[in-house]
Design a protein around this ligand. Sequence first.
Ligand code: NAP
Length: 242
Amino acid sequence: LKDRAVIITGASRGIGRAIAVEFGRAGAPVLVNYFRDELGAAKTCCLVEEAGGRAFAFRADVRRKSDVDEMIGACIGKYGNVRVLVNNAGIDRSRPLALTSPEEFMETVDVNLKGAFLCTAAAAKEMMRKRAGHIINIASMLSVKGRPGGAAYGASKAGLLALTKSAARELGRFNVRVNAVMPGFHRTGINPAVTDAVESEVVRSNCLGRLSTPGEAGRFIVFLESCTDISGQVFNLDSRIF
Ligand code: NAP
């Protein structure tokens, strides 16, 4: 992947970092996007380079079009193209439905769905021009299953699946692919309040009796990049059956 530039949003930690490292292992030049965690993004860049890739960190709030446009421009300026975009940045502010304010609901939708839309629209222009590109949206099983307290998060991720399918239909004739993955359950910054009991329950709901790892999600996404005939699809990356 050494000439295919990869942008990963929200790669300062967690699943985004794991995806970045796997693209690094494949030799890709990576733009590590972050919003608040500059140190975390710098650490991700080091890990990508140790794995064999190139990397630089770029601060952009995915909710802001001007930030997103600058990020796409920076990637083209540095690496000459944007061949892969991973829309990974996400937040989850779980609250009971009746206690969720419209502002809280929209905050989640703005990062998880509008952010992915803005990044997709900006990257697609470059990808369509070059007749090559792949956009991977990080969805969630909760978009299909739902969860008490997860209305905003589930709705935003369900929207991401619809965005994936419409964009795949629209961009396919430009040889731009769009897919989504549901990366499995991982204890990361997004779910700090998860207890051991909840984690055990998730383990039990996996038919393999174990959790998947962020590294495995990263390896799958790099593999998907090589599957040039696949677009418009949604992949679940653990052993929960629903
Ligand atoms: P995480 O550790 O909390 O990481 C979230 C990342 O998103 C951070 O790098 C954060 O950047 C970034 N971010 C948040 N708001 C942003 C904004 N406005 N602009 C740019 N970046 C922003 O969470 P994670 O578990 O790795 O989640 C990554 C993705 O996987 C999310 O889309 C999540 O919904 C999805 N997912 C996670 C799980 C799970 O169990 N963990 C399961 C299914 C799906 P800063 O730290 O720099 O602010």
